[in-house]
Design a protein. Structure first.
Length: 733
């Protein structure tokens, strides 16, 4: 005979044998009583007069003297076979634990704080799960053929030696006691429509506890739709993290290795919340039970049930807990608020580490004072970290084209580690579809995938401009052209200066690039913004001021916050055209409207200071700009009405080589006589082209003169002989 339990289930079977022996003794006792009364074969179907007499005699709890002392209080001595079996089980259990064997029944008792009585109740309920015939035994012992599961009264009589013990053991069935608190048992009425006394309620073992004791590690089916068990493989030393965060985590792991710590990871998708939790659990050598709170709330299971089941599952698996989307529980909705309170109550006693992950700021107020709670804010990784993440490539089996520049990707896209991983996977799929035989990932694949990762809401408040102009398309004075090239240089070498050269440590705010384009309409401000974006390969978003500015208090600020937040992720150029309405001078406060208008301007100034990308403000009248905005401009580029020579170049450029021009077209005359902007010239050229198409011929000088007349009318200018000279007759009448 083995001196210890080789398997956990062997221990369970030994304990069940002990319970079976108790049941055998009870069957023998009742059989003797029934034989004396003579109604054994009808047991459970009716109650005879003799049986009533024996019952009433047994109900004499109190002696008839004035002391009112309970009778039958002396514990019974267990029969010798039962006593010997208990000694044998205790010895084998002790030796098994000394050898380091895990006995699940013992582990269940220790992790959930179960008493000897609690364990025996569980064993009584477990017997029918293994042998269905025990339902008939229970029906016989309870004198009721309909009671196939044990009742509270039955287990009290079976397991307690005295009436005093039974009174005390009733506490095990209170809602706060472990058996019901951890949903180990279901306490129910035989007839739901007629609630019964506690003693008459029936007991049923929870299926997950049955499976656990029978050595199954399958997650409870009720929480499986939103829960998964992970066995960590990622080591903390292999993670690409800021050195300071990695150092502090290492110290915390050492300090709290044998006790639970609560960590709140705050950050957006993909910044490494789950990966860090996995790495910590690798160092702790424990699995991690991951719970998706959003799916849990949507699952339709009441939170008062799902939350305790999750924490119980964590105890059964000896796992740390990771709750993603935790900030959903911070809602004020009544049911969700209950879920939050339930989580807090469970966390207090949970023995392992608990990781809470969300995007909102959270600090436990008035709770968890006896537990250490660490908040770790995880931001989108810096340029240097992003560069490391891109160089890692996530999968050595992938092949990238030689033109894929990981430094450029790190610079242009502020992606989190998770988003970079997703982008690489998407680029791989694009490459497989485009060229299945090669699967080579090109720069076009990876750029498209990166932009797709940024599911920005900025598109609802702005218009994405697809740049199509380059340096040859714009006509500006030499100094303005030099300024535009300096702007490109600033953005191109941004991370060299702030990252590699350390200026990031010297400058706390205002590290972005703020540019002012000032000049009349049609002088090239929008074209210049497109050229800069095209030159650098950056996204350009033209902000729709009508969608941003709201009459409702606070809405304008919310819209601005969304734009700058999403623009930051894209590393996009934000282009505010005709920005006077939003960036104008602050006024004297005469009413509440003025006060909130000034608040909006102050908020915008703050967002510009915090933004690390490029913001371009375009205005027709520079003098209308607030001085605070002017001081924050790194570049101020004036876009003048072009001089004659520049106008001549614009007239030549605006017509495509495919457009048919008549021999009489005189660009020198047009440039000399009409002092208009490049935008006006574009309008005139297009109108003339449509007039020529209508006539079915080439673009003639007459077409151009008539189109110029229409443009003058739109501008509110008179058509004078001085301007139109020899063509004045064409515009008269």
């Amino acid at each position: 005979m083995n001196e210890y339990f080789q398997r956990s289930i062997d221990h369970v079977f030994a304990e069940l044998k002990r319970i079976k022996l108790k049941l055998d003794l009870e069957v023998m006792r009742l059989s003797r009583e029934d034989s004396q009364i003579g109604d054994g074969k009808f047991r459970g179907l009716y109650v005879s007069g003799e049986k009533i007499g024996s019952i009433t005699k047994a109900l004499t709890f109190l002696q008839e003297d004035s002391s009112s002392v309970l009778v039958n209080s002396t514990p019974k001595t267990p029969p010798e076979p039962l006593h010997q079996l208990e000694i044998e089980i205790a010895a084998k259990k002790k030796e098994s634990l000394r050898r380091g064997n895990v006995l699940r029944l013992d582990k269940l008792a220790r992790s959930l704080g179960l008493s000897v009585f609690d364990i025996d109740v569980i064993l009584v309920c477990l017997l029918p799960e293994l042998e269905l015939n025990y339902q008939r035994v229970y029906a016989y012992l309870q004198d009721d053929v309909t009671k196939k599961n044990p009742s509270v009264d039955f287990v009290l009589r079976l397991l307690c030696d005295s009436f005093d013990d039974r009174l005390k053991a009733r506490e095990a069935f209170s809602p706060e006691a472990p058996l019901l608190k951890y949903n180990l048992l279901r306490l129910y009425d035989d007839h739901p429509s007629r609630p019964t006394l506690l003693a008459a309620k029936l007991l049923q073992l929870d299926p997950r506890i049955t499976d656990y004791l029978l050595e199954s590690d399958q997650i409870d089916s009720r929480v499986l739709p939103f829960t998964s068990l992970l066995h960590p493989k990622l080591r903390l030393q292999d993670m690409i993290l800021p050195d300071d965060i990695k150092r502090r985590l290492t110290l915390l792991i050492s300090q709290f290795k044998d006790s639970g710590l609560i960590c709140y990871f705050q950050g957006s998708y993909g910044v490494g919340k789950r990966a860090i939790a996995e790495a910590v659990c690798f160092e702790l050598n424990v699995p991690i039970l991951s719970v998706d709170v959003n799916r849990m709330v949507a699952a339709g299971i009441p939170l008062e049930l799902s939350v305790p089941l999750i924490f119980r599952e964590g105890r059964l698996q000896n796992a740390s807990l990771y709750l993603s989307g935790y900030d959903l529980l911070l809602s004020d909705e009544k049911e969700i608020k209950f879920g939050y309170n339930s989580v807090m109550a469970e966390i207090r006693d949970y023995p392992q580490w608990v990781f809470l992950a969300g995007e909102r700021n959270w600090q436990p107020v008035g709770i968890l004072h006896d537990r250490a709670v660490i908040t770790i804010e995880l931001t989108v990784p810096s340029y240097l970290v992003r560069r490391q993440l891109w160089e890692k490539k996530w999968d050595s089996a992938l092949t990238f084209a030689v033109d894929v520049d990981f430094n450029g990707l790190a610079s242009k896209f502020r992606l989190s580690g998770g988003q970079i991983h997703d982008a690489v996977a998407m680029a791989r799929n694009l490459a497989l579809w485009r060229a299945p035989e090669a699967g080579l990932i090109t720069s076009e694949d990876i750029y498209f995938a990166c932009r797709n990762q940024l599911r920005q809401t900025v598109s609802t408040l702005a218009h994405k401009v697809q740049p199509k102009y380059d340096w040859d398309d714009i006509v500006l004075p030499k100094d303005q052209m030099e300024q535009l090239r300096e702007i490109c240089s600033y953005l191109r070498h941004y991370y060299t200066v702030y990252g590699d050269w350390g200026f990031d440590q010297k400058v706390s705010s205002g590290k972005g690039l703020n540019v002012l384009f000032a000049g009349p309409s049609g002088t090239g401000k929008t074209m210049a913004a497109e050229i800069i974006a095209n030159e650098l390969g950056l996204d350009l978003y033209k902000i729709d001021l009508s969608a941003i500015v709201s009459k409702y208090i606070g809405e304008t600020e919310k819209n601005l916050d969304r734009i700058f937040k999403d623009g930051q992720a894209l590393n996009a150029i934000l282009f505010f055209d005709e920005a006077d309405a939003l960036f104008g001078k602050r006024s004297e406060v005469r009413d509440s409207h003025d006060r909130y208008a000034n608040i909006e301007i102050a908020y915008l100034l703050q967002k510009m200071d915090d933004y690390d990308g490029a913001v371009i403000l375009a205005t027709n009248l520079r003098k209308n700009m607030d001085e605070a905005f002017a001081r924050r401009m790194h570049f101020a580029v004036e876009f003048p009405i072009p001089e004659e020579a520049d106008r001549y170049r614009i007239w030549q450029w605006i017509f495509p080589k495919e457009a048919p021009l008549a021999n009489d077209v005189d660009f020198a005359f047009l440039a000399r006589q009409f002092k208009v902007s490049g935008g006006n010239i574009k309008n005139i050229a297009l109108s003339a082209a449509f007039l020529a198409a209508q006539d079915g011929g080439c673009v003639t000088m007459e077409n151009l003169i008539r189109a110029t007349k229409r443009e003058y009318q739109k501008m509110g200018r008179l058509c004078t002989e001085g301007d139109f000279a020899s063509y004045f007759e064409l515009v008269q009448g």
